[in-house]
Design a protein around this ligand. Structure first.
Ligand SMILES: Nc1ncnc2c1ncn2[C@@H]1O[C@H](COP(=O)(O)OP(=O)(O)O)[C@@H](O)[C@H]1O
Ligand SMILES: O=c1ccn([C@@H]2O[C@H](COP(=O)(O)O)[C@@H](O)[C@H]2O)c(=O)[nH]1
Length: 201
């Protein structure tokens, strides 16, 4: 199994890059694990308390479960990947049966910040977009798709997202094998990654 880790700050285009890579590959050959599925279960908190969580700090992620799931997939067995709701800021209680594939892509803002998980990746990719570009994309996406308003997004950006990005995400570029510049849609880089995957299939 080839495991590819794709990191990068919020709004850099990780999900879009992954979907574009998958578009022209045979269906079912590549598996996806999203770090978002591994935000800790916070059912013991009410909504107002959950809103206060710093979702850009590594402690918000259940890395133990992610590690356990990747280890199970490597042994050829399926896992039940939790489903996360950004609207509720919590897991939904549902899971998706995720089967091991020849190539597994793990994507998320903080996946390169955990040394043991980082070591599991055969290829480490960092998607870069400038912070102003990422903030614009984040504003549009969170208002249109995640039920936020402009004040919420900007307040989270200033209080937690930006400092956490500088502390835990940007320094992870050092570990990347490939850095994809993604201020504009980067079809060349996506084609290169797809070629690497195709060789493995
Ligand atoms: N290269 C790009 N140029 C312009 N918009 C982009 C680009 N890549 C992604 N987007 C848009 O930016 C938003 C965030 O992209 P997404 O892939 O969800 O980022 P991430 O998964 O890194 O948070 C989405 O609305 C997406 O359509
Ligand atoms: O309940 C939550 C959990 C996370 N977030 C924010 O999401 C981004 C990470 O997702 P991307 O798709 O990579 O943007 C992170 O910056 C968190 O602040 C949230 O708003 N609510």
């Amino acid at each position: 199994m080839l495991i590819i880790g794709i990191a990068g700050g919020t709004g850099c285009g990780k999900t879009t890059v992954v979907n574009t890579i998958l578009n022209e590959l045979p269906e079912g050959e590549v598996g996806i694990i999203s770090q978002d599925s591994y935000y800790k279960d916070t059912s013991h908190l009410n909504f107002d308390e959950r809103v206060q969580i710093n979702f850009d700090h590594p402690r918000s992620i259940d890395f133990e479960l992610l590690m356990e799931h990747l280890t199970i997939l490597k042994t050829g067995k399926p896992i039940d990947q939790p489903v996360y709701s950004f609207v509720k800021h919590n897991r939904t209680g549902d899971t998706i049966k995720t089967y091991p594939r020849k190539v597994m892509i793990v994507e998320g803002i903080l996946i390169l910040s955990h040394p043991e998980i980082r070591d599991l990746f055969d290829i480490k990719i960092f998607v870069h977009a400038d912070s102003d570009e990422r903030l614009i994309r984040r504003l549009k996406r969170d208002i249109n798709e995640r039920g936020r308003n402009i004040d919420e997004v900007l307040n989270r950006y200033q209080t937690t997202l930006k400092p956490m990005h500088q502390q835990f995400i940007e320094p992870m570029k050092e570990y990347a094998d490939i850095i994809i510049p993604n201020n504009k849609y980067n079809t060349v880089a996506v084609d290169i990654v797809r070629t690497i995957i195709n060789e493995k299939l």
